[in-house]
Design a protein around this ligand. Structure first.
Ligand code: CP
Ligand code: NVA
Length: 305
């Protein structure tokens, strides 16, 4: 199909990603000045959510309203997809009507297959393996507060999950060094890690990982779909909380980020997430601006049907 998709960060080049982040900040300023920008007039974004969401749903819906278009929320509870209509058929039908499709689902392979059958751009709004939209917001937030991230050190503390995988991809595209500290058995996917070469490295413990870090970040210990493992994970991760003491061992200028939702007293101490180094609210807001830039980018690159 003659269109670009956004299934992982690697779908865009470093130059495209940097331009997109800059555009996100520009769109944020325009919006704050009350200027309207409506590149999606009369256009529709279909949003398939097979998992829960607060930020992703609201940011995409708001983005489409700002852009003069419309977003349709689709859940498996009330679509035929949830009753077993093949993914391939849903992709072909939805892309005959909508101008762009956003999908949050379980296996990454599902969104890859969906995109193969879609004639319009498909956006990954989280799979079990990746969460690239979140990284757009995270990078925008870092750039706004600390400038270029190239050559900096970033520490990932906790689960080698979808967010960690997207951080590994971000290290490749944005040129930073990612130190990863995970409990044994919860490391990121080997192939994804290996593809990063020297850009990402497994560390023996959180203290080693945060050394020289300008950004310390973490995520929930139990992701959506893993609820039955919660007790086991609480045990495995108990030494992986981002505490004020851990932050003290990072660079003095270090900032803290978390994609949210957060569990205070588990992966992060309240003093950190609610403290002066935390950027989580700007980070959450930037989901809106970064995704506006993404929608605009994909619409621009979408060949005429
Ligand atoms: N960070 C994030 O994707 O949040 P939601 O699950 O609320 O969309
Ligand atoms: N790793 C988390 C991210 C939530 C935004 C999950 O997949 O549930």
């Amino acid at each position: 199909m003659n269109c670009r998709h956004f299934l992982t960060l690697l779908d865009l080049s470093s130059e495209e990603l940097t331009a997109l982040i800059n555009r996100a900040t520009e769109l944020k300023t325009l919006h704050a000045q009350g200027e309207s920008c409506t590149p999606m007039q009369n256009k529709v974004l279909a949003m398939i959510f097979e998992k829960s969401s607060t930020r992703t749903r609201v940011s995409f819906e708001t983005a489409m309203v700002h852009f003069g278009g419309h977003a349709i929320f689709l859940s498996p509870r009330d679509t035929q997809l949830g009753r077993g209509e093949p993914l391939e058929d849903s992709a072909r039908v939805l892309s005959r009507m909508a101008d762009m499709i956003m999908v949050r689902t379980f296996e990454h392979e599902k969104i890859v297959r969906f995109a193969e059958y879609s004639s319009v751009p498909v956006i990954n709004a989280l799979t079990d393996s990746y969460h690239p939209c979140q990284l757009l917001a995270d990078m925008q937030t870092y750039f706004e507060h600390r400038g270029n991230i190239q050559g900096r050190t970033v520490a990932w503390i906790g689960d080698g999950n979808n967010m960690c995988h997207s951080y590994i991809n971000a290290a490749i595209r944005f040129g930073f060094k990612l130190n990863i500290a995970c409990p044994q058995g919860y490391e990121p996917d080997h192939a994804i890690l290996q593809a990063a070469g020297d850009a990402a490295e497994l560390c023996s413990d959180p203290e080693t990982a945060v050394k020289d870090a300008m950004l310390v970040t973490t995520d929930v210990w139990t992701s959506m779909g893993q609820e039955q493992e919660q007790r086991k994970r609480e045990q495995a991760f108990k030494h992986y909380m981002v505490t004020p003491a851990l932050m003290q061992q990072a660079n003095a200028e270090a900032v803290f980020m978390h994609c949210l939702p957060a569990h205070r007293g588990e992966e992060v101490a309240a003093e950190v997430i609610d403290g002066p180094q935390s950027l989580v609210w700007d980070q959450a807001e930037n989901r809106l601006h970064a995704q506006k830039a993404l929608i605009e980018f994909l619409a621009r690159h979408h060949g005429k049907r």
